[in-house]
Design a protein around this ligand. Structure first.
Ligand SMILES: Nc1ncnc2c1ncn2[C@@H]1O[C@H](COP(=O)(O)OP(=O)(O)OP(=O)(O)O)[C@@H](O)[C@H]1O
Length: 266
């Protein structure tokens, strides 16, 4: 091995690496050779006009769609071909544009469900090993309470999710995803349908979550001011192709990005 090849790289290994991702539906190419990396602790935004391929990226990342081509690795492990539950167990959580909460369960119960894959004691072993099951339950409840506190959800703990005000329900949805203890959180339009005050609150909570938990996030969002305020880096897509990746200030002034949006509005 040459001396150069054996030298350690100065660039740390990214948390997520996506290479040459291509996804087709019949004659429609939703993603065409998409490449990007997400670093540990990074807030990475994906933008683009309607139909650009943003949701398709999320659906490939959590194995809902199977791309025809490309690789996706998290911490060096391939995510491709694993069932969605296995991808979640490896640390990828997602919030949904339309809420993914169970409306008849309380907020705390919804968050407990988010931890299901972390629970080792099943129902029967729980009966046999009552002491261990009890200790596990207490530990899970404590973890959920930390999230309730972080997101200032205390007043709504026992309320059925279906009765939560919209902005609070969106925050509870974020809490459910955080309860999974992800290393990578996929945020699908977290401020869709929110007024200005709720949007500003959400931005504050997302920054708080990042500071407290240090996890990486991918944000898909149409609200450009939120994206430009929060993201470390932004990737712009158009017709399934990456047209620019860079810091928010670079992306805002990029002629190809401006053209993609103006073209869509025309
Ligand atoms: N299940 C599917 N079957 C067929 N075509 C699909 C499917 N999912 C996505 N597409 C197509 O793939 C392309 C990318 O769609 P995608 O939903 O990923 O875009 P998007 O950027 O998330 O759009 P929006 O901002 O409107 O949510 C579109 O042309 C869409 O019609």
């Amino acid at each position: 091995m040459s001396e150069l090849a054996s030298m350690p790289s100065t660039e740390p290994e990214p948390l997520l690496r996506v290479q040459d991702l291509t996804l087709r539906f019949g004659g429609v190419t939703a993603l065409n050779g998409v490449n990007f990396d997400v670093r540990r602790g990074e807030l990475f935004a994906v933008i683009g006009p309607n139909g650009a391929g943003k949701t398709s990226i999320f659906n490939c990342l959590n194995s809902v769609y199977r791309p025809q081509q490309g690789t996706i690795t998290l911490n060096g492990e391939s995510l491709l071909g694993r069932p969605p539950a296995a991808v979640a167990a490896l640390g990828v959580a997602r919030t949904f544009q339309n809420l993914g909460l169970f409306s008849h369960l309380t907020l705390v119960e919804n968050l407990m469900l988010g931890r299901h894959h972390l629970m080792r004691t099943g129902f029967f072993s729980g009966m046999l090993w009552w002491g261990r099951a009890k200790r596990e339950e207490i530990a899970h409840r404590a973890a959920v309470e930390r999230i309730v506190e972080l997101l200032e959800l205390e007043p709504y703990r026992r309320m059925p999710a279906g009765l939560l005000p919209y902005g609070v329900a969106k925050r509870a949805e974020l809490g459910r995803a955080l309860a999974m203890e992800p290393t990578l959180l996929l945020l699908d339009e977290p401020v869709a349908g929110m007024n200005l005050e709720e949007t500003e609150d959400t931005a504050r909570y997302l920054l708080e979550v990042r500071r407290e938990l240090g996890l990486a996030m991918i944000l898909v969002e149409h609200d450009m001011s939120l994206v430009m305020d929060l993201a470390d880096r932004v990737m712009a897509l158009d017709f399934g192709v990456v047209i620019a990746t860079g810091e928010p200030s670079e992306i805002q002034g990029d002629p190809k990005v401006i053209e993609a949006y103006l073209g869509g509005a025309a």
